[in-house]
Design a protein around this ligand. Structure first.
Ligand code: GLC
Length: 448
């Protein structure tokens, strides 16, 4: 066979297999392994997000490059000064574990293009470009495995540094990317990095994409092709068949995706303006900041209180979603004390009340101004967050009630069930505290 013919046949077979996989992901049927991962994911309920990169040195958030039009050649010099001398994977993971969170999602590469892992696809990475020279991702992966925390990886589709990220999207026009490179080269680069991430760091629970909104002038249906999503999803599911895929594109999920992400809002709410999309049947996750920033921002001391965060976790669980709560570590490798205090408080609360959160699903009653419900087997957990009266009516349908008690003390709560199924709880006075949890014990497994 002559060379041209061989090359032609090779190209043809690659094309057909690429089309095959395109098709497979478009009409995605999740494997049994993925279905099990999804269930475990939903059971875990609470994860910690970490946004960390060389931007931490400037103390002005992870969007600094775009916000202040920082030239990428200048910005790159940050790397040679990045030496997080106080970084300890063991301390981070212990603090995360103590918070009651079950997984950690960390930025492996953010929009600034700097890789926080030892990548052979680009020397602009934490090992080759910094005096620190340590692969923090490898250290975290090892520590997560040792402490039983699942590792998830954030990966940015958008890149404000590379020339081959072209055509440009709507952000990062002031960073000095000049040579109009090739999308195919950028796509190959991402494929190499994803392969590194999925083959070099043990079991990865989820790949969490971000940045597709950079090209949101194109309609939703064009996005998978623009970004080569189906090929990437196929690669991920092939390299780690149990690895979930999420994409923070603020759209209804595409084939191949396993969770639906909401940014800064509980599904169904849209205060931040990024969450107008419908709620899909996939497992849900809300990511939220502890203060107002993702990456470390020195001026942002506007932390939500521990009680607010606990209530946010509860409301998220009541909407059947997981909470991914963010921390932006400092450039020296420490987690801010304000964050550590909140992790501790959430952990103490979960140690007492975790039964009403872990392994539950959104309850049979829609979220209400007074609070939410979560459900597990034949138990309905009524989370009273803000009730001004001392009685509460709950429409429980055909489910027959056996009794009600406080989760904290086991003390009985006065209750009666009317013929139409409505359960009325009566308290000596209006319940107080961060979350008064009443456990309703039903005769049978609850049916929504
Ligand atoms: C947004 C931001 C990004 C952040 C992400 C977290 O998409 O661009 O900086 O990482 O939200 O949800």
């Amino acid at each position: 066979m002559n060379r041209t013919l061989t090359a032609g046949l090779l190209a043809l077979s690659l094309l057909t297999s690429a089309q095959g996989s395109l098709h497979a992901q478009e009409n995605y049927v999740p494997s049994q392994e993925i279905l099990e991962s999804r269930t475990r994911f939903q059971d875990r309920k609470f994860g910690i997000f970490i946004h960390w990169g060389v931007y931490a040195m400037l103390g002005n958030g992870e969007w600094n490059m775009q916000v202040n039009n920082l030239n990428r050649d200048e910005y790159r010099h940050l790397a040679a000064g990045f030496c997080p001398s106080k970084f300890s994977a063991a301390e981070w993971v212990s603090a995360i574990k103590a918070s009651g969170a079950k997984y950690l999602t960390i930025t492996s590469r953010h929009h600034d293009g700097f890789s926080m892992f030892h990548s052979k696809a680009s020397s602009y990475n934490i090992v080759d470009a910094t005096p620190f020279g340590r692969d923090i991702l490898a250290e975290l992966a090892q520590e997560c495995a040792a402490q039983g925390i699942e590792l998830h990886l954030y990966y940015s589709h958008l890149d404000w540094d590379r020339d081959d990220y072209w055509p440009l999207g709507r952000t990062g026009h002031g960073t000095g990317r000049t040579e109009h490179g090739e999308w195919s080269s950028y796509a190959a680069f991402m494929e190499r990095q994803l392969t590194e991430l999925l083959t070099g760091y043990g079991k990865i629970g989820c790949i969490w994409f971000d940045g597709v909104w950079d090209r949101d002038e194109f309609p939703r249906e064009k996005q998978p092709e623009l970004w080569g999503l189906y090929g990437q999803y196929e690669l991920i599911h092939r390299l780690q068949p149990g690895c979930l895929i999420g994409n923070n594109h603020h759209l209804l999920p595409f084939g191949g995706e396993d969770i639906q992400i909401f940014e800064r809002d509980i599904p169904g709410q849209n205060e931040a303006g990024l969450s107008g999309q419908e709620i899909s049947p996939l497992p849900l996750e809300t990511c939220q900041t502890m203060n107002g920033s993702w990456g470390y921002r020195m001026s942002d001391m506007n932390y939500k209180s521990s009680d607010e965060l606990i209530r946010y976790l509860v409301r998220t669980a009541g909407m059947n979603a997981n909470l991914l709560l963010n921390i932006g570590p400092r450039a020296d490798g420490t987690l801010p004390e304000q964050a550590l205090e909140r992790l501790k408080a959430m952990g103490e609360w979960l140690a007492e009340n975790g039964e009403s959160i872990y392994g539950t699903r959104g309850g049979i009653i829609e979220p209400q101004p007074w609070g939410v419900t979560t459900v597990k087997d034949n138990k309905l957990y009524v989370h009273i967050l803000d009730l001004k009266e001392n009685t509460l009516n709950l429409a429980c349908g055909k489910n027959k009630l056996r009794g009600a008690s406080l989760l904290s003390t086991g003390e009985k709560v006065a209750c009666r069930q009317a013929k139409d199924g409505t359960v009325t709880l009566s308290f000596p006075e209006a319940p107080e505290g961060v979350d008064c949890i009443v456990v309703l014990d039903f005769k049978k497994t609850l049916q929504p």
